[in-house]
Design a protein around this ligand. Sequence first.
Ligand SMILES: [Zn+2]
Length: 269
Amino acid sequence: MTNDYLIKAVCYGGQIRAIACDARELIKEAATRHQTNDAATKVLGKTLIGSLMLGVATLMPRSEEALTVKLRGNGTAGLVLADVTPEGFVKGYIKNKDVTDEASALGTDGILSVIKDIGMREPFTGQVPMVSSEVSANFTYYLASSEQIPSAVGIDIEEGTAFMLQVMPGASEETITKIEEKLKAKPKGTPEEILESLCDDVKILETQPIGFKCDCSKDKFSQALVAVGKDELIAMIEEDDGAETVCQFCENKYHFTGDELVDILRAAK
Ligand SMILES: [Zn+2]
C-alpha cells in the first residue's frame, strides 16, 4: 500500500465538485518503472494523475468500468497512455521517453481521447483537439468541451499534488468569479489544504487510497503468446529456446522457457 490518497468534496454548498490528491509515490513508481528523465516523468506523471482524477470523477465506484486516456501530440513523446480503474489505480506509459521538456514532448497539435468502458457493447469515446503543450490544460478543455462541465485541472509534479474542480449546473457567477480569483495563486500543501485554499465551505465526502498498479501476469502473457500464431512460436522455440515478454505499462518482464513455449504451442493448436 502507498501513502498516496485522493479526497472527493463538494464546496460552496454543492455548486462545485472537487477532487484533490497526493500522488507523490505514484509519480516516483512510474518514473522508476519506466526509467524516465525529469521531462518524461512530468509528461507521464501529469497524464497518469489527470486520467486518475477523471476516472475517479466519472466511473461508477466499485464497478468493472475502466477508463483509458490517450494523449497523442505531434511532439517527441508520441503517444502517452493511461488506464484507470474506479478504485483509483492507474497504469500507463510514454512511447518515447527521450524528451527534453514538456512543451516539445507534447507538441502543438494533437488529440486527447478518452475511452470509457462501462460494460456496454461499444465503449464511449470522447475526443478533443489538444489546446495546449501542457498536459493539464488539455484535461480542463476535455471536461468543458466533451463532458460539458466547466472545470479547472491543476497538476503540480514537483509537489506531487493535483486538483480538479467542476462547476455544477446552477452555480452562481459570484462563486465562479471567486474561484477564478483564487486559482491565480498556485495552491500548495495537502489535498485538504489545496481545496481549502481554492474554495469556501469545503465538505469532504470521501477519502480513498490511490496508486500505480498494473494487472499484468505471466498467465496473461501466455494467452497473448497463443495469439501470436504457431509459426512465430515455433521460431521462438527453435531459434531462442524461450522468449522474454515485457509489459509496456509497468516494465515487468516475464520469461518463458522453451518447454513452456511448447505447452503454449500445444494450446494454440
Ligand atoms: Zn504490467
